[in-house]
Design a protein around this ligand. Structure first.
Ligand SMILES: [Zn+2]
Length: 245
């Protein structure tokens, strides 16, 4: 299979939450769930506790099954990498190990979509972003996506729903630009694209998102949002990064 795009999803739901426009496209797309490892028996992570779980190994297996069903709505499948979610480990995750694992999955000519790690800079999202930036340094084509709902706790920048320039001066635009500077890629060389999903695509995305049944309550609680808010998940944003010569 000739892949057109690989979506790096730090957790099981990130690709569906943030990249439905890619999943619903006619391209050959593969999802790679990076932090999809099963922790040792007896582990109970803080996020899983919030989700009402009592055993994290079982929670991971449940999330994997939710993901399989959610991606099937778009006719997609995922490869699950064995890295442990941040809630199950003390140490940071070095991007180098993720790059190593991705060498077996990503082939030349495939565009890589990676989280921009906006908002709260979740360390798992940042590790995946940095792995993608390392692959870019070796010549890969990389696009970064606004991670929903992390990126939108203060709402969308005005240029997303209204059109216009991504260099707008509203507070959310300015905050995003500051956060994007953390990539060390000049923000003015990134090409921002805002996607407004059609009514049908938004409805399909919502159906897929709600398939992650164990995740709806903790996501809405932690990010203070309703996933069914028509303004929230109907838009997606990606930045194409310039190629390294
Ligand atoms: Zn995530």
């Amino acid at each position: 299979m000739d892949l057109d795009a690989v979506i790096l999803s730090p957790h099981f739901d990130d690709a569906v939450l943030s990249c439905w426009h890619v999943l619903a496209s006619a391209r050959e797309v593969l999802v790679v769930n990076v932090f999809a490892g099963e922790p040792p028996a007896g582990t109970l992570g803080s996020w899983d506790r919030l989700a009402g779980a009592t055993d994290s190994a079982a929670a991971v297996r449940r999330r994997m099954e939710e993901d399989r069903r959610a991606l099937a709505f778009a006719g997609r499948a995922a490869v699950n990498l064995p890295f442990l979610d941040g809630q199950y480990r003390e140490a940071g995750q070095t991007p180098g190990e993720i790059v190593e694992a991705l060498h077996g999955v990503v082939v030349g000519g495939t565009r890589i979509y990676a989280p921009a790690s906006l908002g709260d800079h979740h360390r798992d999202h940042t590790a995946v972003r940095d792995a993608a930036l390392a692959l870019r340094a070796d010549g890969a084509e990389v696009a970064m996506y606004a991670d929903l709902p992390h990126a939108t706790v203060l709402g969308w920048p005005r240029w997303v729903p209204n059109g216009g320039s991504a260099t707008g001066t509203d507070p959310v635009s300015e905050r995003w630009a500051r956060q994007l500077e953390g990539t060390n890629v000049p923000v003015k060389r990134m090409v921002a694209n805002a996607h407004r999903l059609s009514v049908g695509d938004h409805a399909a995305k919502l159906k897929a998102v709600l398939t992650y049944r164990s995740q709806v309550a903790p996501l809405e609680h932690v990010f203070g949002c309703s996933l069914q808010d028509p303004q929230l998940l109907a838009f997606e944003v990606e930045w194409r990064l310039p190629l390294i010569d």
